[in-house]
Design a protein. Structure first.
Length: 73
């Protein structure tokens, strides 16, 4: 499954909000430095969809707030 994600780094708490079918806002505490926010997004999505972190991959938008994420399994 592929979903569109808009990331809000530096949030007060970790949260995932569904906007529309296949589109989410992911709020993470980490700042967008050295890939920390991307790793936090992967962890949050894995927990939200109850899959291992290894099943979640950012396939587009590594340096952008708009990302395309693939969830396997």
């Amino acid at each position: 499954m592929k979903i569109k994600v808009w990331v809000k780094p530096g949030a007060n708490k970790i949260a995932i909000e569904k906007l529309a079918e296949g589109s989410y806002v992911v709020k993470v505490k980490e700042r967008a430095q050295e890939g920390r926010a991307n790793q936090a997004v992967i962890e949050a999505i894995a927990e939200h969809f109850d899959v291992p972190k290894s099943s979640v991959a950012i396939i587009q938008g590594l340096a952008s707030r708009n990302k395309l994420v693939e969830i396997r399994g």
